[in-house]
Design a binder for this molecule. Structure first.
Ligand code: GLA
Length: 341
């Protein structure tokens, strides 16, 4: 790093030749190499070739995002009768809000990485007051790669004072392995019958809307591009998909999504213990970020499936609680499993 600190990167492999690289900077997934039907490996993630790129990373490629993933209206919330103001770093409609942990979120800090028997463990201590959050937070994020072709990402945290939390994995995927093209020809299935509509500032209105019969309906597999340009309010606000899909019930572990890409034959399934998944289609990508292999990532050249608690949950009492109290352990587990058609 410019200040002389050293950043370690780790490589995970499995018996089928899959290869994941993760780094202490931002507890980021740097790359994920997976074979296609012909057995050719390709990197399915967007990102950068060097640390200088990752140290800017305005689109949060590959990052572990926190303390609170996605948006909090005006950067304000109250907890146990006290009001808190978080750093504001985003304003889609001209009204500032808090996005992905603030000005210097978990994606922009140096974690401490350690190889373990099953993978890599990153730890980070977030002091009380950081970006406006109460409570000293101790976080552990682990990545492991199994011989069943599962990349397992887990986040755990404890606090010494009540706080709010929603740590999110923010990798952009392009299963073709060629992110110079849009992901609109991927087929997406999301195992949810409802989503959270947002206002123009991309903050949930608090309502839950059914997806059936709309452009938001991925209950059956459908090309991402099939309805992405439909003249429906959620899509016109976000210029594509950028919403939290809500699962019918909270389960210990459940399937969130299944994505397929016909030309490569690659399949990715996502499983999680969280109540929702944010499906985002890279609508803010505009070709200005030069990424790995010198590719300038065009509009919609990667999609994210960010398993999460609901955006702005601290300001909606009927959303699942995002509060973490002393003595409790925050636990988020997500599995990305790769296979072939
Ligand atoms: C998310 C948000 C998007 C956008 C990206 C980062 O997933 O939902 O609106 O802010 O992160 O560019």
């Amino acid at each position: 790093m410019p200040d002389g600190r050293e950043v370690k990167t780790f490589t995970l492999t499995n018996c089928n030749g899959l290869k994941a690289r993760v780094t202490e900077w931002g507890a980021i997934l740097v790359s994920m190499e997976v074979p296609d039907l012909q057995g050719n490996l390709a990197d399915l993630t967007l990102g950068f070739d060097d640390l200088a790129g990752w140290m800017k990373n305005p689109a949060y490629f590959g990052a572990t995002v926190g303390r609170f993933g996605n948006r909090i209206a005006h950067g304000k919330f109250s907890l146990d009768g006290k009001n808190y103001s978080l750093a504001t770093n985003n304003e889609p409609s001209g009204i500032p809000c808090h996005l992905h942990g603030g000005v210097r979120g978990f994606d922009q800090v140096l974690w401490c990485g350690q190889q373990t028997a099953s993978g890599v463990e990153f730890s980070y201590f977030s002091p009380a007051g950081e970006e406006g959050y109460p409570g000293n937070l101790q976080i552990k994020v682990t990545y492991s790669l199994t011989d069943q072709n599962e990349l397992i990402w887990q986040a755990e945290a404890t606090t010494d004072a009540p706080t709010i939390i929603n740590i999110v994995q923010h990798t952009y995927w392009n299963l073709s392995g060629d992110p110079s093209h849009s992901i609109e020809n991927h087929e997406m299935q999301i195992f949810a019958d409802a989503f959270l509509p947002t206002d123009a500032g991309m903050i949930p209105t608090g309502k839950l809307a059914g997806v059936t019969g709309t452009a938001m309906d991925f209950q059956n597999p459908r090309k991402i591009g099939e309805a992405i340009n439909a003249d429906e309010l959620p899509l016109t606000i976000a210029r594509g998909y950028d919403h939290c899909w809500v699962f019918p019930a909270r389960e210990a572990m459940r399937q969130a999504a299944r994505v397929t890409e016909a030309s490569s034959g690659r399949v990715m399934e996502v499983f999680t213990n969280q109540p929702g998944v944010h499906f985002y289609t890279g609508n803010f990508l505009d070709g200005s970020a030069i990424g790995k292999y010198g590719i300038a990532y065009p509009f919609r050249s990667g999609f994210c499936l960010e398993t999460e608690n609901f955006p702005d949950a601290p300001n909606h009492s009927h959303f699942p609680s995002a509060v973490l109290r002393p003595g409790e352990i925050y636990q988020h587990k997500t599995i990305y499993q790769f296979s072939l058609l």
